[in-house]
Design a protein around this ligand. Structure first.
Ligand SMILES: *Cc1c(COP(=O)(O)O)cnc(C)c1O
Length: 384
C-alpha cells in the first residue's frame, strides 16, 4: 500500500509479459468471432505461423511447454524401462516430462561457457549406457536462456547411437544456430508461451516436428485420444492438452512483435555487456552467441577474481527493487531427483554457485533499465 509522498518506484521484474494494443485487438476479435473453444481459425493459423518460424512442417498447439515436451517424449516412444538423458542445468519441467512417460532421467553436465549440454561428456555417457545395454530412448537438449545447444557436435553423437533428440526450446523461440532456427534440430521440439517467456499466450506451448506420424499422434493424444466416431470412442489414455483459440490469437499478436521484442532484449543485454566488459572475473553466460534470442542474461562471477559473490550483487539489487535469480539449481541437487544417475564435471554446480540472472524483459522501459544499470555500477564502484 503506497502512502502519499512515499511512492515506491515500480519493481523491475526479471521477465514480465509484454502485451499491448495489438494483443487486445487480436484477443477481442477472437472472442467476437465466437471461437472460444480449443479449436478455431486462430489456432490453425498460429500453428502454421510457428511451424514456419521454426522451419518445420508440423506444429501442435498445447496448453503448456511441459505438455509439448511430454507429447514429444511420448512421440519418440519413451516409457517404463527406458532411460532419457537430460541436462542437469535446466528447469524442472524438462525432467518432470520424462517422469510422466514412466522413463527414468539420467542427468548430464553442461559446457561451462554456455550452460548447455556438454557434447563430449554426452558422447562418453552414451557409450557407457550402450555398453550396459540400457534402452536410451531420447536425449533432451535444452536451449538454455535462449541460446541454442551445440547441435553441430551433439547431433552426430546421438546419431552414432541411433538415439533421437528432443529439443526443449521452451526458452529459445526466435534463436538460431549455424543458420538453423531453434525448434528445427530435434526429432521434435517444444516451445513455451508461459507468461515469463520470450512471448506469451499467458500459458501455452507448441510441439513442432518434421515427423508427420509424430505430429498426428501428438494431436490425437492432446485431444483426449478420441478416435473418429460419432460417439466418444477411446482405446488409450489421452490428455486434455489443447490450447484455446482465444489464447492462440494472443500468441499470433505476440508473434507479430517477436522480432521487435528480441531486439529490445538484445539492447538490454548489450547494456549489461558494456558494464561488465572491463570487470575482471565476470562474464556473460553464452556471451559469444551471436544468434541467441537473449531471453535472459546470466552473468557468472568468479569470486576469486572479483572479490565478491553473485549473491551479494543480488542483495544489493533487491534493495533497489530489482529482481534477479540464481541460475537454475541443477536437477541432480534437487530432492525430487536425489539418487538419480548423473554424469558430472562440476560445471553446473559452479554455475549455480556463481551465476545470476539479470532482468531482461522486453517490457522494461529505459528508466527501468537505467535503474538496473545504476544498481550494477553502484555495486561495482563500491567494490573496486
Ligand atoms: C518454461 C520452461 C519449460 C516449461 O514450459 P511451461 O510452458 O511453463 O510448461 C520447460 N523447459 C524449460 C527449459 C523452460 O524454461
Amino acid at each position: 500500500m503506497a502512502l502519499v509522498g512515499t511512492e515506491q518506484p515500480r519493481a523491475v521484474l526479471l521477465s514480465g509479459p509484454d502485451v499491448g494494443e495489438l494483443e487486445q485487438e487480436y484477443v477481442l476479435a477472437a472472442l467476437r468471432s465466437g471461437w472460444v473453444a480449443p479449436a478455431g481459425p486462430d489456432l490453425d493459423r498460429f500453428e502454421e505461423e510457428i511451424a514456419q518460424r521454426a522451419g518445420v512442417p508440423h506444429a501442435v498447439a498445447v496448453n503448456s511447454g511441459t505438455a509439448a515436451l511430454h507429447l514429444a517424449l511420448e512421440g519418440v516412444g519413451a516409457g517404463p524401462g527406458d532411460v532419457v538423458v537430460v541436462p542437469t542445468l535446466t528447469f524442472a519441467a524438462t525432467a518432470n516430462a520424462v517422469l510422466y512417460t514412466g522413463a527414468v532421467p539420467v542427468f548430464a553436465d553442461c559446457d561451462p561457457a554456455t550452460g548447455n549440454l556438454d557434447a563430449e561428456l554426452l558422447s562418453g555417457l552414451l557409450a557407457t549406457l550402450d555398453a550396459e545395454g540400457a534402452r536410451v530412448r531420447a536425449v533432451v537438449t535444452v536451449d538454455l536462456y535462449g541460446s541454442c545447444a551445440d547441435y553441430r557436435r551433439i547431433l552426430p553423437v546421438c546419431e552414432r547411437y541411433g538415439v533421437p533428440v528432443v529439443e526443449d526450446a521452451a526458452e529459445s523461440l526466435g534463436a538460431a544456430r549455424d543458420g538453423r532456427p531453434a525448434g528445427s534440430f530435434g526429432r521434435a521440439a517444444a516451445f513455451s508461451f508461459n507468461g515469463n517467456k520470450i512471448m506469451t499466450t499467458s500459458g501455452g506451448g507448441m510441439l513442432v516436428t518434421a515427423d508427420t506420424g509424430l505430429a498426428d499422434r501428438a494431436r490425437y493424444l492432446a485431444g483426449q485420444a478420441r478416435l473418429p466416431a460419432e460417439h466418444y470412442e477411446h482405446a488409450e489414455v489421452g490428455y486434455n492438452y489443447r490450447l484455446s483459440n482465444v489464447l492462440a490469437a494472443l500468441g499470433r499478436a505476440q508473434l507479430c512483435r517477436l522480432d521487435a521484442m528480441i531486439e529490445r532484449r538484445r539492447a538490454v543485454r548489450a547494456a549489461y555487456r558494456e558494464i561488465f566488459a572491463p570487470v575482471d572475473g565476470v562474464r556473460l553466460l553464452a556471451g559469444d552467441d551471436p544468434a541467441g534470442n537473449c531471453w535472459l542474461t546470466g552473468i557468472v562471477a568468479d569470486p576469486e577474481r572479483t572479490g565478491w559473490r553473485a549473491r551479494e550483487l543480488a542483495v544489493h539489487l533487491r534493495a533497489r527493487q530489482v529482481e534477479t535469480r540464481p541460475l537454475f539449481k541443477p536437477m541432480h541437487l534437487q530432492p525430487l531427483f536425489a539418487g538419480a544417475r548423473s554424469a558430472l564435471t562440476g560445471a553446473a554446480e559452479r554455475l549455480f554457485a556463481n551465476g545470476l540472472v539479470l532482468p531482461g524483459g522486453s517490457a522494461l522501459d529505459d528508466d527501468q533499465v537505467g535503474r538496473v544499470v545504476d544498481g550494477l555500477t553502484g555495486f561495482l564502484d563500491g567494490r573496486r
